[in-house]
Design a protein around this ligand. Structure first.
Ligand code: NAP
Ligand code: HSE
Length: 428
């Protein structure tokens, strides 16, 4: 039986997992697709590098074109990362009729629609399940499982590294920098972990999820992004005392066809299922008008979970090859994109302020809230930060992002407020 030949781009954390699964599960895979799957060539940066698995050195190449131009290769599995050059290889491979499986959220968030359009034109598959939430089959779920519904909200813990860091800070009081090093050593973090901790990795994943969920072409620039580098132990302790956990949440919402997408550290009520998602685990909560609440949970990063999704896509491609239906499933955005204004984006908020401890300060603060129609839910003054100051913790009822911005701008001018220590969105 003629094997399906795969060109693997990358033999790092994920690539090694892909080889392990394709070789280790060969019999099962063959039973499902009807022919052997063979990893024929592997692109690496450095052929001489020591590998954690045994690989025939003749399969390794440092020349991407050797794989892209090889007429024997049927499918490219891209798990090396990168954007501009990687896009060039993928477009050329599609031009040559090769199917593509990728785990590359950076590429799919920025150029997904162009790549999918090319795939459709050439009758090829481009599948990218592993690009969001590692081992959770959320992309197939949004494309197929929710094709009958209208999704109004997607909330996700979609970055394993930051969830690992926040969980360790919250449960063990660990220091941010130490836990980041651990996440890097475990293979969760990106080559440059700034994109994890500053929220860009999550923003890219939310761009992909929002595009699929709302069937509109959401761009990375449409996502309002804030990472976790400013989250303190103090914030986490106050959140816990109010019954919340701090999580880096991606939130995509749609109301009357207007959408908003953001990534930000959020205080999530402990009773909400997202609050108990710990460590490197990811979860995506999806609300559909017809189905109501659903949640998908699993490992969001790491070699074997991510490779599970990659190889599942490979199986889907090979099944499509057998049926002769490649290129028929591209999830192209077909709805006009309408973005919410800051007046339309509503949420509850938590504010931690350091203020002067004297008569009339609370009244001044209350007046600012009142002027901008931001209704206060609760106020607490737990402890004095120094002999002349006080800490104020304020939670609000739901208000627009524009109202919050106006309040914060006025606070900046108010002499009685020494520092706006933290502001968080509240969910749940
Ligand atoms: P990695 O461990 O850094 O491995 C990258 C691999 O690609 C290495 O084998 C490297 O070669 C090769 N490579 C990189 N640039 C190359 C170039 N210009 N030319 C030739 N080979 C090149 O990365 P990873 O963690 O496996 O991630 C791979 C992709 O999967 C990324 O897009 C990432 O965002 C995505 N992803 C990762 C995870 C995860 O948990 N790690 C989860 C989901 C998605 P050498 O081995 O010779 O250096
Ligand atoms: N760095 C990413 C994370 C890898 O931590 O979630 C998975 O995409």
């Amino acid at each position: 039986m003629k094997p399906v030949k795969v060109g693997l781009f990358g033999l790092g954390t994920v690539g090694t997992g892909v080889v392990r699964i394709v070789e280790g599960h060969q019999e099962d895979l063959q039973s499902q697709v009807g022919s052997p799957i063979s990893i024929a060539k592997i692109l690496v940066k450095d052929r001489a590098k020591a590998r954690s698995i045994s690989i025939d050195p003749a399969k390794l190449t440092e020349d991407p074109w050797e794989i892209v131009r090889d007429p024997e290769i049927d499918v490219i599995v891209e798990v090396m990362g990168g954007i501009a050059e990687t896009k060039e290889y993928i477009l050329e491979a599609l031009d040559r009729g090769k199917h593509v499986v990728t785990a590359n959220k950076d590429l799919m968030a920025l150029h997904g629609q162009e790549i999918l359009a090319k795939a459709s034109e050439k009758g090829c598959d481009v599948l990218y399940e592993a690009s969001v939430a590692g081992g959770i089959p959320i992309i197939r779920t949004l494309i197929e499982g929710f094709s009958s519904d209208r999704i109004t909200k997607i909330m996700g813990i979609v970055n394993g590294t930051t969830n690992y860091i926040l969980t360790k800070m919250s449960q063990e009081g660990a220091a941010y920098a130490d836990v980041l090093k651990e996440a890097q050593a475990l293979g969760y973090a990106e080559a440059d972990p700034t994109s994890d901790v500053e929220g860009l990795d999550a923003a890219r994943k939310m761009t992909i999820l929002a595009t699929l969920g709302f069937r509109s072409n959401v761009a990375l620039e449409d996502v309002d992004v804030k990472g976790i580098s400013a989250v303190t132990q103090e914030d986490i302790r106050y959140a816990q005392s109010l019954g919340y956990e701090v999580k880096l949440l991606g939130i995509a919402e749609r109301q009357d066809d207007y959408i908003s997408v953001s990534v930000q550290p959020t205080m999530v009520k402990k009773s909400h299922p997202l609050a108990s998602v710990g460590g490197v685990f990811n979860a995506v909560y999806v609300y559909g008008e017809a189905v109501g609440e659903t949640m998908f949970y699993g490992p969001g990063a790491g070699a074997m979970p991510t490779a599970t999704s990659v190889v599942a896509d490979l199986v889907a491609v090979v099944k499509n090859m057998k049926l002769g239906v490649n290129g028929r499933q591209a999830a192209l955005a077909y709805k006009e994109k309408k973005l919410k204004t800051d007046e339309q984006i509503a949420s509850k908020y938590f504010l931690l302020l350091h203020v002067e401890d004297r008569a009339g300060v609370l009244a001044q603060i209350a007046q600012v809230f009142s002027r901008h129609e931001l209704s206060i839910e609760s106020v607490m003054q737990p402890a004095a930060p120094d002999q002349h100051g006080a800490e104020l913790i304020i939670t609000t009822h739901s208000a627009s992002k524009a109202s919050l911005a106006n309040v914060l701008a006025e606070f900046g001018e108010l002499a009685a407020i020494r520092t706006i220590k933290s502001v968080y969105r509240l969910e749940g």
